[in-house]
Design a protein around this ligand. Structure first.
Ligand code: AP5
Length: 210
């Protein structure tokens, strides 16, 4: 089964994706994580992407589609997290999946009000290498500033600064929100309330996947 997690920045896609990978055997394909890894390694793709990411803008569609095309392996159960982000990306994914005789089985839209989104993003901290996600309010590390698992330093993402958060929310409304109707007409979209603790939201997603 291949699924897409739709939802605004900070709604909890990455957090839920991690649980779905650990407990349900999905392979996560997060374009945000791939791009951050390229930025960290200083590759030409990373240098190009950083220019857009730091401001909270979307990276151009052709760059994203080329990157995703090289990652999809026939036979895996993918969980697309943060991709597609625009109608051209969704159309590109359709073409890629047809070529590989694969399809999207479920689309889940996580929904949360902007006030809560801003609260979550402002308090998010991530492990510098593994990218494991914490939250100073809702899911704090046991030791201040250190990852519970690896002891790595926790940092604040450059696009979690107030100005970039506002740009990301606007980009989402303008370019990503139209995907709801795109997928509603193709496979249907299951709306999941993302307000509540992490396990509650996970249970709602599992119910939506039945
Ligand atoms: P990306 O990394 O995809 O960021 P995003 O979509 O903005 O999503 P986030 O990672 O910010 O949030 P999330 O929904 O995963 O929330 P999380 O689980 O961390 O993209 C970053 C950038 O890369 C983009 O702006 C763009 O520039 C570029 N990019 C990426 N993909 C692209 C594409 N396809 N096309 C073009 N450009 C692309 O949770 C947030 C916080 O809340 C955490 O602290 C977490 O601990 C906490 N939390 C989670 N769930 C709960 C809960 N239930 N209760 C309380 N706290 C919670």
């Amino acid at each position: 089964m291949n699924i897409i997690l739709l939802g605004a920045p900070g709604v909890g896609k990455g957090t839920q994706a991690q649980l779905l990978v650990e407990r349900d055997g999905f392979v996560q394909l997060s374009t945000g994580d791939i791009l951050r890894s390229e930025v960290q390694k200083g590759t030409p793709l990373g240098i190009k992407a950083k220019f857009f990411m730091d401001k909270g803008e979307l990276v151009p569609d052709d760059v994203i589609l080329e990157m995703v095309a090289s990652k999809i392996i026939i036979g895996e159960s993918y969980l697309f997290d943060g991709f597609p982000r625009t109608i051209p990306q969704a159309e590109g994914l359709d073409r890629l999946l047809v070529e590989k005789a694969m399809r999207i089985d479920r689309v889940i839209s996580l929904e949360l009000n902007n006030e809560e989104i801003i609260r979550r993003l402002s308090a998010r901290r991530v492990a510098i290498n593994s990218g494991r996600v914490y939250n100073l309010i809702f899911n704090p590390p046991k030791v201040d500033g250190k990852c519970d698992i690896t002891g790595e330093t926790l940092i604040q993402r450059s696009d979690d600064m107030p100005e970039a958060i506002q740009v990301r929310l606007k980009e989402y409304e303008r370019k990503t929100a139209p995907l709801f109707d795109y997928y509603q007409s193709k496979v249907g979209v299951k709306v999941v309330d993302a307000l509540g603790d992490i396990e509650t939201v996970y249970s709602r997603i599992k119910a939506a996947l039945l």
